[in-house]
Design a protein around this ligand. Structure first.
Ligand SMILES: *Cc1c(COP(=O)(O)O)cnc(C)c1O
Length: 821
């Protein structure tokens, strides 16, 4: 297979000419931002031929195609990753050098594509990378939000949300595909018409509609000429506003349709793991799902005339319940447009749709009020009612007389549509995202569904792409690994196991620690530039970066920092390895406790970082605007990976895997994929603490525990808690952190006191932290442990995850693309 041959002189020519055509400037006059645009267009020029060739090949092979449906794709930046994947990064670096520009500076001009919140959206992005690299025919289907995840600014210690106008300068990589636009209908009512054969026809009338227009983004496989597509939908008014409307008297409708189109794709909802029940959100869901399902069916029909064979050529994977309207939407098309019977349509639908569950937390489960659902999607609602009627009938047949089963499993119940139940009923596969998570689904949360259809349930432990999170994010370590064991790890991560041979080698240990040090220096410079804080690159970099959520327990981390600081104040000579506690997290805009936790972290940082008496033994840093592009640097620089969620709450986590790949040691609970990380690397090379998921669940069944027992009996904890309400970290407002204090202790509040067992796990956490301090003193041991983490990270590549989805759920065939043909 021949792959793209980079030609430096041609490339320089093209960049120079792009600068001229786009900006009427010579290359010498161009700004870095202009050069970025020029380079991006030059790269697109290369991609476009491979993109065309890939799709020709898919057509030729009539390959079965995956549609990965997701409300979120947290892509990060494209340029750096794309030029790695076409193996042209070194060449382009040289070319730019010769033109007088630094590739790193040019890459830094690109905005993140932040079309997602956190783990779920980043998983979708890693999956696309792996699908292209493995050569599987696949589309990502999503929304082209005008504003992605907000940019976070920290002012006076508080989070401020700034709109992310990511398309302001245009996106050089996207291609608008007007020819594939489709109509999506909302509201109105359904009229039933009976034809001469006694068949009912359902006609939606008096609806509003929008025109969905797809934009394609290239997803580049590593060194294989495969370029897949991320298809994101924009909304436009169906008829542009015109004078005719005034005459016809439907002025109101015209304005409403224009507003609908504008609003629908305006902004990504910034909630992670939380259902808010907003009408516009349901509109977004139906908008991109209806458009994607229509496109998939149209594409199938262009080549095939028997719609019954759809499941042989098409599979829909629903990333969480957000895309679940795909089930009734496909039913609608098969019933109303293809004229199939219910039984035929249901058979096809349930062989086409598959569902990934991402959470077991009650507050994250989507339950739409019937009133809203039926008003917005009248025809879809009728279909959901019929799905429910038949499903309930089946439950009653399976468990005669057991109405409790109906209560717990019905799709429509209590005036709500339960999306998880609909997703399970309409899918041939239901998967969890880590072993522990899948077991909890089967044994607890979805027990009844599992018992009725055990064959549907399976596990697919999440993964991450080593191309972005090692090859791109940590060049020094990537080159070192390749020097030692060759470059097979880039497309076959389990090969990295060979590094274990070097874990005991003192020279290798020193090389490794030196690379870590260089990466810490790089992050220290970033922190100085962005936060104005000096951190010591020789201190332990102890990092917790992820969305801010009570279950992830950033509060436990900062309470421990407060405790450690008290110890140092009591005993300034206390022997400890200097530690830099690094946080990065966005809080949902309406999540008060989460935002207050950010303020607390920054207040604690203010006091501690300015206290000369502790001689810099502790520093606390909150990195503003945590996102994929700065994440790549943060993982590379971490010594300690904080994965301290309340056991049973984190379905998998993927940040934990990125840290491991970069040689950080996990300090964590037995939750999510931490369990499997420890299984791979061995308990001796991680710091595991705290309650198990069984213990947490047992306490929850009993209604929680009483944190006052701890408050009354543990002086150190009591002291820390009192500092939340005595102005120690907020001299001008002693009440500032009262809500945090109450969340931990006050049983009067609506939820249980200390719902997430922060205090219950505190002592175990503090002891594990002490072990970290002790362990770091033995530099050889630490280096060995870190190298072992890298060496044992092979399981956590998303290439492995995707191959399992292909083998066990999607059944796709690999395609090869040869550019010589
Ligand atoms: C990987 C990643 C996440 C997910 O992190 P978790 O620790 O698994 O919650 C969130 N945000 C960004 C930017 C990421 O890269």
């Amino acid at each position: 297979m021949s792959s793209y041959q980079f030609n430096k002189e041609e490339f320089k020519q093209e960049v120079t000419s792009n600068v001229k055509n786009l900006f009427r400037r010579t290359i010498a006059e161009a700004t870095p931002k202009q050069v970025f645009q020029a380079v991006a267009y030059a790269v697109k020029d290369v991609l476009i031929d491979e993109w065309i060739a890939t799709h020709k090949e898919y057509e030729k092979e009539d390959a079965k195609t995956l549609y990965y449906m997701s409300m979120e794709f947290l892509m990060g930046r494209a340029l750096g990753n794309d030029i790695i994947n076409i193996k042209a990064r070194d060449g382009i670096r040289e070319a730019l050098d010769e033109l007088g520009f630094d590739l790193n500076v040019i890459e830094d001009q690109e905005r993140d594509y932040a079309l997602g919140n956190g783990g779920l959206g980043r998983l979708a992005a890693c999956f696309l990378d792996s699908l292209a690299t493995l050569g599987y025919p696949a589309y990502g289907c999503g929304i082209r939000y005008k504003y992605g995840m907000f940019k976070q600014e920290i002012k006076d210690g508080y989070q401020i949300e700034v709109p992310d106008d990511w398309l302001r300068d245009g996106n050089p990589f996207e291609v608008r595909r007007d020819e594939y636009a489709v109509e999506v209908k909302f509201g109105g009512y359904v009229r039933t018409e009976c034809d001469q054969y006694g068949r009912n026809h359902f006609i939606q009338e008096n609806y509003q509609s929008v025109r969905a227009v797809p934009y394609d983004l290239p997803i580049v496989g590593y060194g294989n000429n495969v370029v897949n597509t991320l298809m994101i939908w924009d909304a436009e008014p169906i008829n542009t506003f015109n004078l005719e409307s005034f005459d016809k008297g439907d002025y109101q409708t015209a304005v409403e349709q224009e507003n609908l189109a504008k609003n629908i794709v305006e902004v990504l909802y910034p909630n992670d793991n939380h259902y808010a029940g907003k009408e516009l959100r349901l509109k977004q869901q139906y908008f991109f799902i209806s458009a994607s399902v229509q496109r998939a069916v149209n594409k199938f029909k262009a080549k095939h005339d028997d719609i019954h064979k759809l499941p042989e050529k098409v599979v829909f994977q629903m990333n969480d319940t957000h895309p679940t309207v795909a089930v009734p939407e496909l039913m609608r098309i098969l019933l109303d447009e293809e004229g199939l019977t219910w039984e035929e349509a249901w058979d096809i639908t349930t062989k086409t749709c598959a569902y990934t569950n991402h959470t077991i937390m009650a507050e994250a489960l989507e339950k739409w009020p019937l009133e809203l659902f039926s008003r917005l999607l009248p025809r879809i609602y009728q279909i959901v009612e019929e799905i429910n009627r038949r499903f309930v009938e089946r439950i009653r047949q399976t468990y005669p007389g057991d109405e409790e089963k109906v209560r717990s499993m019905a799709i429509i119940y209590d005036g709500q549509v339960k999306m998880a139940h609909l997703a399970i009923a309409g899918s041939f596969s239901v998967n969890g995202v880590a072993q522990l998570h899948t077991e909890i689904l089967k044994k607890k949360v979805l027990k009844d569904f599992y018992e009725m259809d055990p064959w549907k349930f399976n596990n697919k432990t999440n993964g991450i792409t080593q191309r972005r999170f090692l090859l791109h994010g940590n060049e020094l370590l990537a080159s070192w690994v390749t020097d030692k064991i060759g470059d097979e790890w880039i497309t076959d991560l389990p090969h990295i196991k060979k590094l274990a041979l070097y874990a005991d080698d003192e020279k290798c240990q020193q090389e490794f620690m030196n690379i870590k040090y260089q990466n810490k220096l790089r992050l220290a410079r970033y922190i100085k530039e962005n936060n104005g804080i000096d951190v010591d690159p020789r201190s332990i970099f102890d990092v917790q970066v992820k969305r801010l959520h009570e279950y992830k327990r950033q509060l436990l981390n900062i309470l421990h920092v407060m405790y450690l600081y008290n110890q140092l104040k009591d005993n300034p000579e206390m022997d400890m390895v200097p530690r830099t506690f690094i946080f990065g997290a966005k809080a949902a805009a309406g999540y008060k406790i989460a935002k207050l936790t950010i303020k607390l972290i920054n207040s604690v940082a203010d006091v501690i970082n300015n206290d000369k008496s502790i001689k810099g033994k502790i520093k606390v840093v909150f990195i503003e605007d945590y996102r994929v592009s700065n994440a790549e640097w943060i993982f590379a620089a971490a010594d300690v990976s904080e994965q301290i969620s309340t056991a049973s709450k984190e379905a998998s986590g993927t940040g934990n895997m990125k840290f491991m790949l970069n040689g950080a040691l996990t300090l964590g609970t037995m939750d999510g994929a931490n369990v499997e990380i420890v299984e791979e690397v061995g308990k001796e090379y991680a710091f595991i603490f705290g309650m198990t998921s069984d213990e947490v669940i047992a306490y929850e069944t009993r209604g929680g525990y009483n944190p006052m027992d701890i408050f009354n009996n543990d002086q150190d904890i009591r002291r820390v808690l009192m500092q939340l309400i005595n102005g120690y970290y907020a001299p001008n407002n002693t009440e500032l952190f009262r809500d945090l204090y109450n969340s931990l202790l006050n049983t009067l509040s609506t939820s249980r006191a200390d719902t997430y067992f922060n205090l219950k796990d505190f002592r175990a956490y503090a002891e594990a932290q002490k072990k970290v301090d002790q362990a770091y003193r033995d530099e050889k041991w630490w280096a060995k442990a870190a190298i072992m983490n890298v060496a044992c990270s092979g399981k956590f590549t998303s290439d492995r995850t995707i191959q399992q989805y292909v083998d066990e759920i999607w059944h796709l065939d690999k395609v090869t693309v040869d550019m010589d043909e």
